[in-house]
Design a protein around this ligand. Structure first.
Ligand code: ZN
Ligand code: ZN
Length: 416
């Protein structure tokens, strides 16, 4: 099928299934400047769908690198207030938020981890309220992939840039079901299956998950009233949307004080332009008390020390079958949006408030009391493999299989 046609179908999927843009709604698009032709296509379609305004926030890897390398520390430690205010004004006005995502995984190689942490911290602090709109689904939002040159070369290092980009486009089209006759219909079915999985787990209300795999022996307690999500969500005013395209996960929050044992990563994590790989985290009462990394140990250390302790605890536990299309591609994408949907994963840092009953209305004390983690970061890392077994423990102490050899041990299409 021609790339132009697939590009059209992808744009439509993003706007209708992803952010589900409504008549007279505004839209913010974060995008790399390299993606300008595709962004123009999106903008045109957004206005066709009745958008009132489309605001673009451009970024450029090389410019980011130059600032990271040369700007004085006090500049990196500040995030412009006018910018935070402007973004906040738009989401308050009901704007939807779309992020076109395809960063160079090696962009910040050689930049001091301290400088990277300073920038991430400053933006996280300045954008706390803005980010709350997103993390609480007060507006519809979506993150989608785009094959930038640098990213494509990282995934297919032996190909020319042009070939690598073409090949990554093909992967994206197949993984996001865009190459199927009716991608919107395919997503409806996919969302239904994820809904069955999350409803099953919500009924079960397991109080504990037990993970076993090579290098992993981990117990994760789930807080009372935890809620599993997956597939399409709903914004505050009831608009269904898909926050990630692709998405293959169902997820909830761990109890911030209830994680015990050791977990080993199974895919590299690209964090702020650095690769952290082959790492292990050991938890005691929910907190990382020990860690090792084959690569990027310094970056991992800084990640864990981003704030006063929340970065050392978990905020998300997600289940993804090993036979997901991304996993079957056999590729390592060096891009969390894709790699996290190939594999069971956890996230260090902030929990999504909607993954527990009344989470969005809790005070800081209540959050702590219920075991809801808070942090400046939310960083997914991959732990799943074809060898992973996961059991659930019910409130009456019954142990039941959830995953065997990396895949669901439950047949959701034939539930009693
Ligand atoms: Zn996730
Ligand atoms: Zn996450």
């Amino acid at each position: 099928m021609s790339q132009t046609l697939n590009m059209e179908k992808y744009a439509r999927l993003i706007l209708e299934t992803g952010v589900n843009l409504q008549l007279k709604q505004g839209l913010i698009i974060n995008a790399p400047i390299e993606a300008a032709p595709f962004v123009r296509l999106l903008v045109k379609k957004a206005y066709d769908l009745g958008a009132k305004n489309v605001h673009i926030e451009w970024n450029d890897g090389e410019l980011t690198y130059l600032k990271m390398k040369h700007a004085p520390m006090h500049v990196l430690e500040t995030f412009p207030k006018w910018k935070a205010d402007g973004l906040l004004e738009m989401v308050r006005d009901g704007y939807s938020l779309l992020t076109i995502y395809g960063p160079d995984p090696d962009l910040l190689n050689g930049i001091d981890a301290e400088r990277i942490t300073a920038v991430n911290k400053a933006s996280a602090q300045a954008l706390t309220t803005y980010r709350d709109y997103v993390m609480n689904d007060r507006v519809t939002w979506s993150v989608v992939g785009y094959p930038t040159k640098a990213w494509a070369k990282k995934v297919f290092p032996d190909l020319s840039v042009v070939e690598a980009q073409e090949k990554l486009w093909d992967q994206i089209f197949s993984i996001t079901r865009v190459d199927q006759d009716d991608p919107l219909q395919a997503w409806q079915q996919h969302n239904q299956l994820l809904e069955k999985a999350r409803e099953y787990l919500n009924k079960k209300q397991y109080c504990k998950l037990i993970y076993k795999a090579e290098g992993t022996d981990l117990i994760i307690e789930l807080p009372d009233g935890h809620i599993w999500h997956g597939g399409s969500g709903r914004s505050e005013n009831g608009i269904p949307f898909n926050a990630n395209i692709p998405t293959e996960e169902v997820f909830t929050m761990p109890h911030k004080y209830g994680v015990h044992g050791t977990v080993r990563s199974t895919k590299p994590l690209s964090y702020g332009g650095n690769i952290i790989d082959d790492f292990s985290l050991t938890f005691k009462e929910g907190k990382v008390v020990n860690f090792t990394a084959g690569k990027g140990e310094e970056a991992l250390k800084h990640l864990l020390e981003t704030d006063q302790g929340g970065a050392k605890r978990l905020g998300e536990v997600a289940l993804v079958p090993h036979q997901s299309p991304i996993s079957q591609s056999g590729l390592i994408f060096y891009n969390t949006l894709f790699d996290e949907n190939a594999s069971c994963h956890l996230a260090l840092g902030k929990a999504y408030p909607n993954t527990i009953k009344n989470g969005s209305a809790m005070t800081e004390e209540e959050m702590d009391q219920f075991g809801v983690n808070n942090s400046l970061i939310h960083e997914d890392f991959m732990i799943g493999s074809a060898h992973m077994d996961i059991d659930g423990v019910t409130s009456d102490g019954e142990t039941e299989p959830i995953f065997r050899k990396g895949n669901w041990a439950i047949d959701f299409n034939n539930l009693k």
